[in-house]
Design a protein. Structure first.
Lengths: 115, 110
């Protein structure tokens, strides 16, 4: 398996533009997570899905952020409009949740720079 | 989920054992202790987890005190490639969420 795949790996955009980050989870996994990492705030969970259904979006910073999971093999995180403070590394992770075991597999991340 | 406390940074000589402590004094009975690490510029990587018994796998050993209020991750023979930030996380079986703190930055030196 190729692991969790994220695209693009790097994104540079200007303030006000729409940004879409993409994630392909590991085949067979039933949970998907979006995280954001900055020097100031560390690694934060934004939202996670279970069986394609959003379970907890309490970490989504504001209405400019939205996430979708139309099927088991694809998810997007969209920022519209983007702002400089959204600059961060965004990680997607997936897991196959079983009782007593919560091993999440992380993708390589997307480094977003908003000018 | 219970909060964890870890030292900000640690050093370890290559080939020696690295012992990374974690305090989780408010852990509840059904919460597990997870360890992940993040090598520079990469996504976090699962290492090991446990409930109350000590655990060992090909990467590390996890020692949990009898009262479960603290634990230690042991890398038996640290290499330069083990230089990373190590996160200790407490999480219950009733949630998929993992809350990452600030972790311990382990520097392995030659």
């Amino acid at each position: 398996d190729a692991g969790v795949i994220q695209s693009p790996r790097h994104e540079v955009t200007e303030m006000g533009q729409e940004v879409t980050l993409r994630c392909k989870p590991i085949s067979g996994h039933n949970s998907l997570f979006w995280y954001r990492q900055t020097m100031m705030r560390g690694l934060e969970l934004l939202i996670y899905f279970n069986n394609n259904v959003p379970i907890d979006d309490s970490g989504m910073p504001e209405d400019r952020f939205s996430a979708k999971m139309p099927n088991a093999s694809f998810s997007t995180l969209k920022i519209q409009p983007s702002e400089p403070r959204d600059s961060a590394v965004y990680f997607c992770a997936s897991s196959y949740r079983t009782s007593g075991h919560n091993e999440q597999f992380f993708g390589p991340g997307t480094r977003l720079t908003v000018l | 989920d219970a909060k964890t406390t870890q030292p900000t940074s640690m050093d370890c000589a290559e080939g020696r054992a690295a012992n990374l402590p974690c305090n989780h004094s408010t852990i509840s009975g059904n919460e597990y202790v997870y360890w992940y690490r993040q090598i520079h510029s990469q996504g976090p990587q699962y290492i090991i987890h446990g409930l109350k018994n000590n655990e060992t796998n090909e990467m590390a050993s996890l020692i949990i005190t009898e009262d479960r209020k603290s634990s230690t991750l042991i890398l038996p023979h640290a290499t330069l490639r083990d230089t990373a930030v190590y996160y200790c996380i407490v999480s219950g079986d009733n949630t998929d969420k993992l809350i990452f703190g600030t972790g311990t930055r382990l520097q392995v030196f030659p």
